[in-house]
Design a protein around this ligand. Structure first.
Ligand code: GDP
Ligand code: IMO
Ligand code: MG
Length: 420
C-alpha cells in the first residue's frame, strides 16, 4: 500500500517537516510531481535545510528516496542539493533514486519561464521562474528530454534541436539574456546526474509495494495550485492532488490507502491569483511576522489570511483526504479573535462551493469567529495539554470539513507535533 502526504492550500503548508516526521514509518519516500519550485523546510540537528528536488526522507539512512516520473528535474539544483545533504553524511548513491521517465528542465526552459512572465505584465502568475511551466509544456507537447535519454548517443543532438526551437520562441519574446551562460554548469550537472541511480521508476516502486514495503508519496505545492482544480490560471503546471500520485509514480489507485492532507491553521499564498481570505491589514502583517512567512524558494513575502474552510473542504473532496494535519497552530497562539471562513458571498448569494472562475468574481468571505487561546503552545507534547479554546477551534474544523484533524504541529522542529 502507499500513503500520501500533500498540501491542501496554496503550498508551503509544512509538508517537508511532516514528511520528515513520518519518514521512519516508511521504507520509501517518493516525490510524484513538481520540481525545484518546491521549497520543503526541515530541521536536522537544529540546522534548517530547504529541499527543492530531493524527497524529504533523505535524512533517514534507512529510507529509499525516489524522484518519480511526474517530477521535472533541474540537474543543477539537484547537484547542489546532493552536495548539501552529503555534508550531513547522507549517501545519495545509496539512498536516492531517479526515474528514467523524469523530464529534464533545460536552461532554455528557465529563460522561457522568465520571458513569458515578463510578457504577461500585471497579469503574471508570479512563477518561481524555475522553468516549471515550459518543461511541462514540452512534456505534454511531446518534445521534452528525459533522464533516461541521457544514455542515448543522440542526446546532445536532440538537446541542440530543442534549444534552437526555444531560441526562436525567446526571440519572439525579445528575450536577450544568453542561455549559453547557463549551459556549462548544466552539462556538468548532467554528468553528475548520470552517476546517480537511474531506475525504471514504476517497476521500482511497484516491486517495493509487492514486497510489502511501505511507501509514502510526497506532494509539492498545494491542491489550490493544481493544474486542473486550482485557481487557474494562477496555478502550477502539474497535478498536485492524489490523482497525481498515480500519474507521477505509475501506481494503481486502489493501492493508495491513507491520504494525509496538510493545512496551516491559517492560510498563505505566494505569487499572484485569488485568495478570498487574504488580510491586507495589520493582522495580515502580524501573521506574516509571527509565522516568518517568506518563500522558502524565492524569499518573497507570502500573502497571509484566515483559514478558508470552503477551499479546505473542496481540497479534501478532490483528494479523498483521510486525515488532516494542522501545522503552524502555534502561530495562532497570540491572535484573538480567530476567524474561520465558512462560506463565500458572491453577488449577494452565499455559497459553500469553489466557483469556476475565482478571478472574475468578487468574493466576500463569510466568517465565524473564535476566541484565541492566548497561551504558548510550542512546548506541548500531549493532546490533553492543549488549551480548551484550541480544541474548540480544531473540533469546528473537524466537523465542518468532515475529516478528523489527526495531528497538530506546534513548531518547526522534528518533534514539535502532537497526535490527537
Ligand atoms: P512546505 O513547502 O509545505 O514544505 O513548507 P515550507 O517549508 O515552504 O514552509 C513551511 C515553514 O513553516 C517552514 O519554515 C517550516 O520550518 C515552518 N513550520 C512547519 N511547521 C511548523 C509549525 O508547526 N510551527 C511553526 N512555527 N513553523 C512550522
Ligand atoms: P511548495 O512545494 C508555494 C506558486 C508560485 C506561483 C505559481 C506558479 O514549497 O509548497 P511555478 O513556479 O510553479 O510556475 O509557479 O505557484 N508556487 C508555490 N507556492 N509553494 C510552492 O511549493 C510553490 N510552487 C509554486 O508562487 O504563484
Ligand atoms: Mg514550500
Amino acid at each position: 500500500m502507499i500513503d500520501v502526504i500533500l498540501g491542501l492550500q496554496w503550498g508551503d503548508e509544512g509538508k517537508g517537516k511532516i514528511v520528515d516526521y513520518f519518514a521512519p514509518r516508511y521504507d520509501s519516500i517518493a516525490r510524484f510531481q513538481g520540481g525545484p519550485n518546491a521549497g520543503h523546510t526541515l530541521y536536522v540537528n537544529n540546522e534548517k535545510i530547504v529541499l527543492h528536488q530531493i524527497p524529504s526522507g533523505i535524512f533517514h539512512p534507512e529510507n529509499i528516496n525516489l524522484i518519480g516520473s511526474g517530477v521535472v528535474l533541474d540537474a543543477i539544483t539537484l547537484k547542489r542539493e546532493c552536495d548539501k545533504v552529503a555534508s550531513f553524511g547522507v549517501d545519495v548513491k545509496k539512498n536516492l533514486f531517479i526515474s528514467e521517465r523524469t523530464h529534464l528542465i533545460l536552461p532554455s526552459h528557465r529563460a522561457l519561464d522568465k520571458a513569458s512572465e515578463m510578457q504577461k505584465g500585471d497579469s503574471k502568475i508570479g512563477s518561481t521562474l524555475k522553468g516549471i511551466g515550459p518543461a511541462y509544456m514540452d512534456k505534454t507537447g511531446r518534445n521534452g528530454l528525459r533522464v533516461g535519454d541521457l544514455k542515448d548517443r543522440s542526446f546532445t543532438a536532440n538537446y541542440i534541436k530543442l534549444r534552437l526551437k526555444h531560441q526562436k520562441l525567446l526571440d519572439n519574446f525579445n528575450f536577450n539574456e544568453d542561455i549559453a551562460d547557463w549551459e556549462e554548469e548544466f552539462f556538468e550537472a548532467l554528468e553528475f546526474l548520470k552517476t546517480l541511480n537511474i531506475v525504471n521508476g514504476e517497476y521500482f516502486i511497484n516491486e517495493k509495494i509487492k514486497q510489502g514495503k511501505r511507501v509514502l508519496a510526497e506532494g509539492a505545492q498545494g491542491s489550490m495550485l493544481d493544474i486542473d482544480f486550482g485557481t487557474f490560471p494562477f496555478v502550477t503546471s502539474s497535478s498536485t492532488i492524489t490523482a497525481g500520485v498515480c500519474n507521477g509514480l505509475g501506481v494503481a489507485p486502489q493501492l493508495i490507502k491513507d491520504v494525509m492532507g496538510v493545512t496551516k491553521a491559517y492560510c498563505t499564498r505566494v505569487g499572484g491569483g485569488p485568495f478570498p481570505t487574504e488580510l491586507h491589514d495589520e493582522t495580515g502583517e502580524a501573521i506574516r511576522k509571527a509565522g516568518s512567512e517568506f518563500g522558502a524558494t524565492t524569499g518573497r513575502p507570502r500573502r497571509c489570511g484566515w483559514i478558508d474552510l470552503v477551499a479546505l473542504q473542496y481540497a479534501c473532496m478532490i483528494n479523498g483526504v483521510t486525515k488532516l494535519i494542522m501545522t503552524k497552530a502555534d502561530i495562532m497562539d497570540g491572535f484573538s479573535p480567530l476567524n474561520v471562513c465558512t462560506a463565500y458571498n458572491i453577488n449577494g448569494e452565499q455559497t459553500s462551493q469553489i466557483p469556476f472562475q475565482m478571478t472574475r468574481v468578487a468574493i466576500e468571505p463569510v466568517y465565524q469567529s473564535f476566541d484565541g487561546w492566548g497561551v504558548d503552545t510550542t512546548g506541548i507534547s500531549n493532546a490533553n495539554q492543549l488549551p480548551q479554546k484550541m480544541s474548540e477551534y480544531i473540533d469546528f474544523i473537524n466537523k465542518f470539513v468532515g475529516v478528523p484533524v489527526s495531528y497538530v504541529s506546534n513548531g518547526p522542529g522534528r518533534d514539535q507535533i502532537i497526535s490527537l
